[in-house]
Write a new protein. Sequence first.
Length: 136
Amino acid sequence: MNNPRTFVSFDYDHNDQSKIRFVGQSKNSKTPFFIKDWSSKSSLPQSQWEKIVKEKINKCNIVIVLAGKFMASASGVAKEIAMAKEQNVPFFGVYVGGANEKSRLPIGLNRNRTIKWTWNGIASAIDQLMGEGKNK
């Protein structure tokens, strides 16, 4: 498959700037994926947000979780991870905003599936995930 569709999950309250840089740099990298910015531009009622996000994740091949320092408290991110699992969409995390191997991760995101922000590493993770879950 050419350029897998990717949903980016992030902590809106703490990592919005990291998400903007990640999406922007991805366009200039040689990383083989396509990000559609499906972030909600306004606050929505919880049930409406969940329905919309679940549909968006289902249309994707991969979810990338931008794992920042305060990620463990981001309930929306934990819900997005659960939605990805439920729909068999493989996912991995990328440390952002000064987070590292000692930072707490959101529920559902495994440490061995969370990597440093290098485009070569991200490309390798995407290649691996294209053979997992609903991409088999």
